[in-house]
Design a binder for this molecule. Structure first.
Ligand code: SAT
Ligand code: MN
Length: 589
């Protein structure tokens, strides 16, 4: 008798019509075989899936070049198909589930013809964690199969676990013909099912990542009483050896990976890495908030990564390793056969092809590496990996940071007055858009808790859920907003960022431990400058004051913009959040 999994795979195969079905076991030999096939046999739009890179300097690393129109998440083609539109909310695209299935069925008919369907059994979360979820993705891309092996706990032992049960998260993925007109990333939260066609790009195609671990998981979290968040998880060790665990939500391509692996500029302080993208947060029996990272890899932005901005990542990328590491849409140094990107240290190499394989030189005025070029690398290669990473219980969180990229308006760091005010602080976040999704880059949009593209239901209900979680926390984390990106009148960054961000983290830890006071401003609590450790940092008093300046006129405009956003949620918006906005406006008067 066929198991529910076998039946499901069979049904999908009858629709998509692959030439063969390959049940992946997650082994190292299999990964090598898949890469070999990707180099020698498999083709997408006529080109190989992988190119071998210089294994002396970048051990076990491969380059992947995507279709030129398939370089980022496509939010306008991403849908959340709850039975009713209201549940999806104004923050999501919506279609009736039946209609979505009709469209997808048509597009998927025979979409894997002459291709292999890979069956990927994987776990999000440590297998011994009560929060872990069993998942199976089908895909016709070896790039996706290898990426999923790096990013998730993949293996055939999971098939043993699933056995006769129907309780696993399903993902059906095909690159289709890569035509954006026939591209859809569609979620069926009621069925724990994601169906994606027409893209091979990370966030559109690695269905365990944004699709399941954020969009579907956030919906599960609402019903089961937990949170799935777009957050870094780190441990901050102080000179006495005490470790404070912190999560930080920042929109895509705003420096989460650099923060997760921060190399401290303050002696005695050290940052330990637990995750760079996704945190699942649960209320523990002790009344604290506990975090696990459901992933085991990084899918980070390559451009700008260097020994200066992220020395620990450079070490991870060059480490001798068993897991493969993938580089996607970086440029290639033809002399050395190494990946290259703008912002990597050292002189521009002589002989370069760009992210599409076309000869390139810097006088062209074009970009060699795509702005959203990426690496996919195992977290076990991070020299900063926390010893708690594989603890199925996770780590207790003492502080949460909500961030965004704002050239103006927002101070370096602000603390919420209390839980309710802090949820307002998270919900009012805005950020300049980046190349991680296909849209105009650099315009400010509201991005509450950095979850706008990832919340799998109505965000008004999401704010309510955060408020409710707070009621169950007897020992809640303190909540802060951060902004590393404020500029002066000439557009120069006021704050050096990167390793110097430890100075902000240190203040956060001091606040958590009630070691320092803070000043009450209309928008929250801000540091007294004397409490910031600026030892050895070359920053003018003027710049420092600018970093914390609260311009009442700018903030009144900000409040208007926040209000317009909140209004889009109508009656569903929690009155507590309105109350906080009104109080802030009052204080700004
Ligand atoms: O492509 S992903 O969505 O996985 C990365 C990101 O945009 O955060
Ligand atoms: Mn992300």
């Amino acid at each position: 008798m066929a198991t529910p999994l076998e039946k499901w795979v069979d049904e999908q195969a009858r629709l998509t019509k692959p030439k063969k079905i390959w049940w992946c076991d997650g082994s190292e030999e299999e990964a090598h075989r898949l890469i070999e096939i990707g180099i020698k046999e498999e083709r997408i739009a006529g080109r190989p899936i992988f190119y071998e890179l210089n294994h002396r300097t970048f051990p076990n690393s491969y380059l992947h070049r995507s279709h030129p129109t398939d370089v980022a998440r496509t939010e306008h083609l991403t849908y959340i198909c709850h039975p009713d539109k209201e549940t999806a909310g104004p923050n999501n695209n919506w279609m009736a589930p039946k209609e979505a299935k009709r469209i997808l069925t048509k597009l998927s008919d025979g979409c894997m013809r002459s291709r292999t369907m890979y069956v990927l059994p994987y776990m999000m979360g440590h297998p011994e964690s009560p929060y872990a979820k069993a998942c199976v993705q089908l895909t016709d891309s070896s790039y996706v199969a290898i990426s999923m092996r790096i990013m998730t706990r993949m293996g055939k032992d999971l098939l043993e676990k699933i056995k006769d049960s129907d309780d696993f998260v399903k993902g059906l993925h095909s690159v289709g013909d890569l035509d954006p007109k026939r591209r859809f990333i569609i979620h069926f939260p009621e069925e724990n099912f994601v169906w994606s066609i027409g893209s091979g790009y990370g966030g559109n195609a690695l269905l365990g990542k944004k699709c399941f671990s954020l969009r579907i998981a956030s919906w599960l979290g609402l019903r089961e009483g937990w949170l799935a968040e777009h957050m870094v998880i780190i441990g901050i060790e102080d000179p006495k050896g005490n470790i404070t665990y912190v999560t930080a939500a920042l929109p895509s391509a705003c420096g989460k990976t650099n923060l997760a692996m921060l190399e401290s500029s303050l002696t005695g302080y050290k940052v330990w890495t637990l995750g760079d993208d996704i945190a699942w947060l649960n209320v523990g029996p002790d009344g604290r908030l506990w975090a696990i990272n459901p992933e085991i890899g990084f899918f980070g932005v390559a451009r700008g990564t260097s020994p200066k901005t992220n020395p620990n990542m450079m070490k991870a990328l060059k480490k001798e390793k068993f897991y493969p590491t993938l580089f996607t849409n970086t440029a290639l140094n033809l002399d050395t056969n190494e990946p290259w990107w703008e912002g990597m240290d050292g002189p521009v190499p002589n002989s370069i092809v760009d992210w599409q394989g076309t000869p390139w030189d810097s006088s062209q005025g074009t970009q060699a590496a795509h702005p959203n070029s990426r690496f996919t690398v195992s977290i076990y290669h991070a020299p900063t990996l926390s010893s708690e990473f594989d603890n199925p219980k996770g780590v207790p969180i003492s502080a949460i940071l909500f961030g965004g990229k704002r050239m103006h308006v927002k101070p370096l760091v602000v603390e919420g007055f209390d839980w309710q005010n802090s949820i307002f602080l998270g919900s009012r976040m805005g950020s300049e858009t980046t190349a991680a999704a296909t849209h105009e880059v650099g315009v400010v949009r509201r991005d509450p808790m950095a979850m706008l593209p990832f919340c799998g239901y109505n965000m008004a209900d999401y704010f309510r859920h955060w408020l409710n979680i707070g009621k169950r926390l007897t020992n809640p984390p303190k909540i802060f907003s951060v902004n590393w990106f404020r500029t002066d009148a000439q557009g120069n960054y006021l704050w050096p960022g990167f390793r110097e961000n430890i100075r902000v983290l240190k203040w956060v830890v001091d606040r958590v431990n009630n070691r320092v006071d803070a000043a009450r401003a209309p928008i929250g609590l801000i540091p007294y400058l004397k409490d910031l450790d600026l030892e050895g940092l070359n920053i003018s008093r003027e710049n420092l004051e600018r970093l914390f300046e609260i311009d009442v006129k700018e903030w009144q405009k900000e409040a208007e913009d926040i209000e317009i956003f909140f209004r889009s949620f109508g009656e569903r918006m929690p009155k507590e959040i309105w109350q906080e906005l009104n109080e802030m406006k009052e204080k700004l008067r």
